[in-house]
Design a binder for this molecule. Sequence first.
Ligand code: LIP
Length: 284
Amino acid sequence: MSDAGELLTIAVDVVRGAADLVLAMRTEAIADVSTKSTRTDVVTAADRAAEAYVIDALRTRRPGDAVLGEESGEHSTAGTGTAGARREGMPEPASEAGRVRWILDPIDGTVNYLYGLPQYAVSLAAERDGLVVAGVVRNAATGEQWTAVRGGGAYRSGHRLACSAVTELSQTLVATGFGYAAARRAHQARVLAGLLPLVRDIRRFGAASLDLCFAAEGRFDAYFEKGLSAWDHAAGGLVAAEAGLVVSGLAGQPPGPDLVLAAPPGVYRQLHDALVAFDAAGGP
Ligand code: LIP
């Protein structure tokens, strides 16, 4: 069974290469933009190229693992293909129990990438038996990088991270984000209208993985968002939890598409209950 630290070492190496590719090809990539769920939900040639790069690298270094990528879905790295062909003597694919699944967002913050706002990241997590055990988030524009191993703490460039110690909701700087569909955005606006008078202020930076890492080091106090996919929060959620934030959904649910909430213990319950009151996990 793979040591989480070894998985993190591979993830850091692969993500660095993907982030360098994303940055290098931005000029051409933003000339090749298509859309997904709505006209504002964009994907570029760089999203696709970075995802292919990571999958190919993992096929070489971790044959037999599974990969879930935002742009191309679920893969096995035991598949055929250039680097994926199973070479003589290579280990059999891991059995389901203990099998590693990689969860990848090749560019989180794609709209920021399109506009040249330096807040976009490559996010890669390693999950084993349904539990994320290692994760890395790398801001491709600035080179800032956050890492975590379950039970081993969270770090940015070698510095151990600790979340905010805030205890009053009225003193809490809260980050959030919004979906792409108009009906969901209208509901999220109503939630925000209820929350805004109760907190210090709101921030919206546009990349969930980086939002979770910023909360992990207290650049803002807390974060919540509805509508995230696993690739948006798998790595950043581990960084946040290892920095001391409580990471959950609402009403006893795990973090997921209904809601991801990351808050310091001192205000978790106050913020959680306010989000429940405003039906932040509800709506379209
Ligand atoms: C983004 C998320 C962000 C959310 C954006 C978008 P993408 O992911 O990271 O938190 O508010 O609407 O979903 O689409 O850039 O990978």
